[in-house]
Ligand binder design. Structure first.
Ligand code: NAP
Length: 249
């Protein structure tokens, strides 16, 4: 298809899991790829970069804490001066700090909201003006089924992911006339490092709630993200697309 030839896609949290699958999908479609990741000792990001380069597209990675506005602005300035444009922003970086609300301290509340929600504001704010000038752009924010239905032990995470849904719809309305589409994807239970830390007993309980009876793969999420940024979804904006094996309908 090569619909993305000469386009630039920035994927936050692109070093592993869902973000990495999204980066591979866009690279296969010949987009230049920029990855933001956080952990300086993350060997996954080196490995991801190496594999992306083998696909034959331009690739850059930045160590950026998406919750830090200064770091985000400075990384995007570098991206703009190197690549001259940003066509696609995938706000995917996210963390969990799970515990019941009665035990949840302010630090864990703030950290999850700062990375998962403020990070989406920081990155979107940094690219939007340029996308408006280009009169073209695609933003996809990775929310979660938990933002829709809630989950025990995840009040901070669910609040951040529900916030992403409201943010997506508001910004979509603001820029719809400017040629920019803003959508969210809400994955269910996807097989990544994030879910690997969930105890087997809890996982078995989750599986009972999934009509398709299995976890999703990062690639299954990446396909939907890519579709939202493709010509096939040219009349789709402000939507939350659920990718969850039927867990929430
Ligand atoms: P993951 O494997 O843990 O990957 C998370 C990514 O986010 C990593 O690349 C990580 O980079 C990056 N990251 C974390 N904190 C960051 C920060 N402060 N600044 C920049 N990057 C940061 O998680 P995943 O399962 O692929 O999840 C990806 C997204 O999907 C998240 O937003 C998550 O909430 C959402 N989601 C996941 C599931 C699921 O079942 N897995 C379900 C619904 C929604 P480093 O490794 O370098 O720190």
């Amino acid at each position: 298809m090569e619909e993305y030839s000469n386009r630039v896609a920035v994927i936050t949290g692109g070093s592993k899991g869902i973000g990495r699958a999204i980066a591979f999908k866009f690279a296969e479609e010949k987009a230049d790829i920029v990855i933001f990741h956080y952990d300086p000792d993350n060997s996954a990001s080196e490995q991801t970069l190496k594999m992306l380069k083998e696909i034959g597209v331009n690739v850059r990675s930045f160590k950026v804490d998406v919750s830090n506005k200064e770091e985000v602005d400075s990384a995007f300035n570098e991206v703009f001066s190197e690549f001259k444009r940003i066509d696609v922003l995938i706000n995917n970086a996210g963390i969990t700090k799970d515990t019941l609300l009665v035990r949840m301290n302010e630090k864990d509340w703030d950290m999850v909201l700062d990375i998962n929600l403020k990070g989406v504001y920081n990155c979107t704010h940094a690219v939007l003006r340029n996308m408006i000038k280009q009169k073209r752009g695609w933003i996809v924010n990775i929310s979660s089924v938990v933002g829709q239905i809630g989950n025990v032990g995840q009040a901070n995470y669910a609040a951040s992911k529900a916030g992403i849904m409201g943010f997506t719809k508001s910004v979509a309305k603001e820029v719809a006339m400017r040629g920019i589409k803003v959508n969210a994807v809400a994955p269910g239970f996807i097989d990544t490092e994030m879910t690997a830390k969930i105890p087997e007993k809890v996982k078995d309980e989750f599986l009972k709630q999934i009509p398709m009876g299995r976890l999703g793969t990062p690639e299954e999420v990446a396909e939907v993200v890519y579709w939202l940024c493709s010509k096939s979804a040219s009349y789709v904006t402000g939507q939350v697309i659920h990718v969850n094996g039927g867990m929430y309908m």
